[in-house]
Design a protein around this ligand. Structure first.
Ligand SMILES: [Fe+2]
Length: 235
């Protein structure tokens, strides 16, 4: 089973998996939704006194809260992550006995398709640019749905072909180019998640959806990664 998924990850750079622990997911999801509600209220009042929520309040377009925005949010996230299949797959993928995670580059995300501050933030990119091109996997776990009625992602499978990469970059300015490259808009139900590496081009999609998406974005790295900017620890 794991073999096929590993082959897919090596080939395309991304995977959709399932079997998230729903008890932990619901518990953490409830707390995080309340934290975003509180943060949105503080945005209206332009109140920056709650430091743990300022990552969101200062840049609503980005829509994110820190992993430790609540006293137990980091620990609950680790509870959620450590039993996921992707952790075992990642060990094989990187030939790494242990896996690290980044505190500074793991976030909770809130995307309201009706909030025009958030709809403008959807540039095409790959995460390697701000991760110093370290090997990494972004694990995206929705507390709501993801894609379909909810904001999602358009994902372009990894390509080592220089010209293919150039064509993908053109989709930002010329939407018709989308017809010439393979891309996916995964619909991820609660209990499932998507993972992709730092070379995969992607962008936020908000067309035809009305519901607010809330999710965890958790970044993992092989044990040999040493980068102070990432604030790394073992899982
Ligand atoms: Fe990204």
């Amino acid at each position: 089973m794991i073999e096929n998924k590993l082959i897919n990850l090596k080939k395309k750079g991304f995977l959709k998996l399932d079997n998230v622990d729903l008890d932990v997911l619901n518990l953490l999801g409830k707390k995080i939704k309340l934290a975003f509600d509180r943060a949105l209220k503080l945005v209206n009042e332009q109140d920056l006194t709650n430091e743990k929520l300022n990552h969101f309040i200062k840049r609503v377009d980005r829509g994110s809260l820190d992993l430790n925005c609540l006293s137990d949010s980091e620990n609950l996230s680790l509870d959620l992550i450590k039993n996921l299949e992707i952790i075992e797959i990642a060990k094989e993928y990187w030939n790494s006995k242990k896996i690290k995670y980044s505190r500074s580059h793991s976030k909770f995300r809130h995307v309201d398709p009706l909030n025009n501050k958030q709809t403008k933030y959807s540039p095409l990119h790959y995460d390697g640019t701000f991760l110093n091109h370290n090997n990494s996997i972004n694990i995206c776990i929705p507390f709501t749905g993801y894609g379909g009625d909810y904001p999602g992602l358009q994902i372009f499978p990894e390509s080592k072909n220089f010209f293919k990469k150039k064509i993908i970059q053109k989709t930002q300015r010329f939407s018709f180019v989308n017809y010439f490259v393979n891309s996916f808009n995964p619909i991820v139900e609660k209990g499932s998640y998507i993972c992709f590496n730092q070379n995969v081009y992607h962008r936020r999609t908000i067309q035809n959806c009305k519901k607010t998406r809330v999710n965890l974005e958790f970044r993992i790295f092989p044990e040999y990664t040493n980068d102070k900017n990432l604030d790394l620890d073992f899982i």
